[in-house]
Design a protein around this ligand. Structure first.
Ligand SMILES: *Cc1c(COP(=O)(O)O)cnc(C)c1O
Length: 399
């Protein structure tokens, strides 16, 4: 291990140029297909969006998918379609991005937070089950970092309790459990194609379901509640005709986004496998470091490795996590934290009344967590720089 002086104390930084925390992998084929779409004159929802929906469904292994403008829109519409409303409770982990809990609030329902497993940082069947009340309608597990939750356990428990499961798969395109892809097991699942996620459409998302009628209803709700095939039933009236079947939303994907998605989805497994290589290199390097706990490997299938969150041993170091991050940035390595527990945010603290200490595992994780850069375009030099920067700081600041 190196004992060089950290950049924060006047030493030379590990990198002279800054390594961003995340960067989309955009290649010539992506650009060509988007440009072709621009030239086609059809920019909004149309043939490319329909193709992309088919490709997502095929990839996940379900009959159909609904492409939308975000994962958040998918979470919202899934809950609208399932009839979640005032008085209902939706259970989700406190280590989560805010969009799931926010959409629960939009519907007048109550988000009920649970703690996470200390190894996987996912909600478990038992943690979810312990939070069930007679108002619970829905469970919303998060495949955190791209690691599949225990879907068999969660689905069995939900069935026995008469509850629905909405999977937040924002991190999990490319993940599977023994070949069964995420998105093919929960009642309904929402994926994100935001710029940092497994594949990107710039902004975008898609919903899959084991029930094609539910997917169709979500697609309808995503475009003003307009029945797009109504004109077929009234063909004498012409293609201008449509019927509004519900007070829907304006959440559709555009063909420009779908073009990028069509080109990206061809490489979803390649991207995932490169992320896996980087994760393996990190884990091999950090396992001997007594100040770093790497995320555990997943042996049940494919982990999507959207994130690589390490935990640093703050008790063995003279600096805390926030200072460690500041120093990593000064070494030229972009990092982040996923996530600030929902119950720490002023809005949810006030709404739910949780004091710090309510979810000890999540809180302990949050005090130690640092997400390292992990994306397909990172070179092996980038990977060794990240390792060198972490090792440099842990050896310098070790008590
Ligand atoms: C990114 C993210 C979302 C939101 O995805 P959008 O496509 O930006 O709406 C939801 N949940 C989690 C866990 C995320 O990381």
């Amino acid at each position: 291990m190196t004992t060089k002086t950290p950049a924060a104390e006047g030493g030379a930084p590990v990198r002279s140029d800054f390594l961003p925390f995340a960067r989309p992998c955009i290649e010539a084929a992506d650009i060509d297909l988007v440009v072709e779409t621009l030239r086609s004159g059809w920019l909004t929802v149309g043939p490319k969006t329909h193709d992309f929906q088919r490709r997502v469904a095929e990839y996940v292994g379900v009959e159909s998918a609904a492409a939308l403008n975000s994962c958040t829109a998918g979470l919202h519409l899934a809950m609208v379609a399932l009839g979640i409303g005032p008085g209902d409770e939706v259970i989700l982990p406190t280590i989560d991005f805010t969009s799931g809990a926010n959409t629960v609030c939009h519907l007048g329902a109550t988000p009920v937070l649970v703690d996470v497993d200390p190894d996987t940082i996912c909600a478990t069947r038992d943690l979810l089950e312990a939070a069930i009340t007679d108002r619970t309608r829905l469970l919303m597990p998060v495949h955190f970092a791209g690691r599949p939750c225990d879907m068999d356990g969660i689905m069995d428990m939900a069935r026995a309790r008469g509850l629905k499961v909405l999977g937040d798969a924002a991190h999990a395109i490319g993940a599977d459990i023994g070949g069964r892809r995420i998105g093919s097991m929960a009642d309904v699942t929402s994926f994100s194609f935001y710029v940092t996620k497994g594949i990107t459409t710039g902004e975008g998302g898609a919903v899959t379901s084991t029930d094609p009628d539910l997917t169709a209803r979500i697609a309808l709700l995503g475009l003003h509640g307009m029945s797009s095939d109504a004109w077929k039933r009234y063909s004498d009236r012409g293609p201008w005709y449509y019927e509004v079947l519900d007070a829907g939303y304006k959440y559709n994907m555009s063909d420009m986004q779908a073009a990028l998605g069509l080109s990206q989805i061809d490489r979803v497994d390649t991207f995932r496998d490169r992320r896996r290589e980087i994760a393996d290199a990190f884990t091999e390097a950090f396992t001997p470091n007594p100040c770093v706990t790497p995320p555990p490997a997943y042996t049940g299938g494919h982990h999507a490795w959207h994130l690589y969150p390490i935990q640093i041993d703050v008790d063995a170091l003279s600096i805390d996590r926030d200072q460690f991050i500041k120093h990593l940035l000064e070494e030229g390595v972009g990092v982040s934290v996923h996530f600030i527990p929902l119950h720490y945010h002023p809005y949810y603290r006030k709404l739910l009344g949780h004091a710090p200490g309510s979810f000890p595992v999540a809180e302990r994780y949050f005090d130690r967590a640092i997400s390292l850069p992990i994306y397909p375009s990172m070179t092996s030099n980038d990977v060794s720089d990240v390792i060198e920067a972490v090792d440099k700081l842990t050896s310098h600041y070790r008590r």
